[in-house]
Write a protein that binds this ligand. Structure first.
Ligand SMILES: [Ca+2]
Length: 161
């Protein structure tokens, strides 16, 4: 059974937080897991302070419990000052059709894209069905020492206490 998911990624505002790496994601849930999925969208994703939105359909995994990320960069140089490391702030996984009262923010004509995305993310974060994850560290590609080999990072859920 396919289920809709809305997933938001917030890149931190640290200097150099953005990445141009190809990022792949896997969700693990209480009753299953997704395949590895490329996070690909038009334009330059995952820049400093950005919120990027993705809408997917996956087989039902139940409640998301783990987010795994990996990068594949085969052309990076260890000497590059603009390496593709990524400082992700948080990920919000919302299972199901996004409620119209939240979706309307994206469909409204007002404001800049990032401003609307921030409003959208805030509304989503406040929803009881949303599961929020964080990764309080840099995500580096595995290319420096193992070209063509993907490293994986597991994100931990932010408990609602
Ligand atoms: Ca980018």
């Amino acid at each position: 059974m396919a289920n809709k998911y809305c997933i938001t990624f917030r890149t931190s505002k640290k200097s150099g937080a953005g990445t141009d790496s190809d990022i792949e994601m896997q969700l693990v849930g209480t009753v299953g897991e997704t395949g590895w999925t490329n996070l690909d969208e038009a334009g330059d994703s995952f820049e400093e302070g950005d919120i990027n939105l993705f809408f997917f359909e996956f087989n039902d995994i139940g409640t998301a419990t783990v987010v795994r990320l990996r990068t594949r960069e085969e052309s990076s140089s260890p000497d590059s000052p603009d390496g593709p490391a990524w400082h992700l702030d948080r990920v919000c996984v919302y299972p199901g059709e996004v409620p119209q009262e939240i979706r309307i923010i994206l469909d409204s004509p007002i404001g800049a894209t990032q401003y609307k995305r921030r409003l959208f993310e805030n509304a989503l974060l406040a929803h009881p069905n949303a599961v929020v994850f964080t990764h309080d560290n840099w995500i580096y590609p595995g290319a420096y020492s193992q070209r063509g080999t993907a490293n994986e990072w597991t994100l931990t859920e932010i408990s609602a206490d």
